[in-house]
Design a binder for this molecule. Sequence first.
Ligand SMILES: [Zn+2]
Length: 157
Amino acid sequence: MYRSVFIKKVLFDQTAYYCIEKKPYEACGFLLGSLEADTVYADEFIPVANVAENAAVSFMMDPAAMIPIVTNISTNKRLIVGVLHSHPTAAAIPSAEDLQSAWLHIPSHWIMSLQHDGIIDLQAYHYFENNLHDASGRTDSFSKIRYTSLALNIYDN
Ligand SMILES: [Zn+2]
């Protein structure tokens, strides 16, 4: 289980500028980097166009744009360690919709809230599937995506 994430200050600033520029719509993209034990290190942000029908309150990465991006990432032997998106008017907490469209195999999910002018609230989470069991111990027919908070560290160099 992942516990913490690290992001360079310059990368934090870069993603913040991008998310602010995309207001009033949600911005989204991949974070590349490395994994070490229970820690996620992000060192690069790759924006992807948000093609959600209601892009002010949800996001869907443009599938056509994503194919060359993912190909390029694997060609360069880079690793996708996170998905980042913004909430222009909501808190930095996963929405029910965010949890439904979760990319569960990606270790961290970052939400940047811009709901308060002049304040950038970035939070990171780990999403995981939780199979529900009834009293007899049988696994229920449905499962739920849950999340835990990851400790966020912004560092200078
Ligand atoms: Zn969201």
